[in-house]
Design a protein around this ligand. Structure first.
Ligand SMILES: C[S@@+](CC[C@H](N)C(=O)[O-])C[C@H]1O[C@@H](n2cnc3c(N)ncnc32)[C@H](O)[C@@H]1O
Length: 221
């Protein structure tokens, strides 16, 4: 069942301008390394290995990775998509040197891009914020996959509850975030993620680091 707009809104409501000022320190600086056991440097490496000169970033947060990653050109074309205007504003400002375009949209709803036109799409730390069962979240991934040009790559990561090692601090913080509806990942597991990637892409790979799954799905040339 596709989440209602109200349910979808719960996963992004926490990202107020004040929260976004703390996000890089709390999430990227502390939680990734100490709680989720997936250092931010590892995720930045995923960006460096995967990003193209024609990129769509979905669920942009503060734009940390777009600001820090190495694009294969000095003037990449970048589109930003997020349901939350605070995130779009913060990220567009941070990477204004690339003159990104902004698209305020809920990824559960049909996206208005006219054609498959991105060589890379990032979906980093978004799936665990989305409400509903993982197979329904993966429908959104399938729609994004349709926006890839032939040879294109969708990449990202998500925090899982099943099929990964979660220490006591990770279990406690995840359950707190789920109670607050900041996360909705109590049923998310590695096997379902892999099945969804297999259905949406010609080839895919997944690497588990701590309680994060780092994934890449390729569209054939
Ligand atoms: C945890 S942040 C991730 C930020 C960044 N990608 C990172 O890795 O640091 C989740 C992002 O997804 C966005 N988001 C959540 N639900 C969404 C939805 N249904 N449609 C579009 N964006 C959504 C939030 O507004 C937020 O920018």
């Amino acid at each position: 069942m596709v989440p209602t707009p109200e349910q979808a809104a719960a996963g992004q409501a926490v990202y107020t301008p004040r929260m976004l000022r703390l996000y890089d320190i709390l999430v990227l600086g502390l939680s990734n390394r100490l709680i989720w056991k997936c250092p931010t440097a590892k995720l930045l490496q995923l960006y460096n290995d995967s990003v193209s000169d024609n990129h769509l970033d979905v669920g942009v947060g503060t734009g940390y990775y777009l600001d820090r990653c190495r694009f294969p050109t000095d003037q990449p074309q970048i589109a930003l998509l997020d349901m939350n205007p605070n995130c779009l504003y913060a990220t567009a400002n941070r990477i204004s040197r690339y003159e990104p375009t902004c698209h305020e949209a809920n990824i559960f709803e049909p996206l208005t891009f006219e054609e498959a036109r991105f060589k890379s799409i990032a979906l980093n730390y978004v799936l665990h914020c989305l409400p509903g069962a993982m197979q329904h979240k993966l429908v959104a991934v399938r729609h994004l996959a349709e926006l890839l040009t032939p040879g294109g790559l969708l990449f990202g990561s998500t925090l899982l509850s099943g099929g990964v090692q979660r220490g006591w601090p990770a279990r406690c913080l995840m359950s707190f975030y789920n109670r607050k509806q900041i996360f909705s990942n109590t049923e998310d597991d590695l096997a379902t993620l892999e099945r969804g990637l297999a259905e949406s892409f010609d080839t895919y790979d997944v690497e588990v680091v701590g309680c994060a799954a780092l994934f890449r799905g390729h569209r054939a040339s």
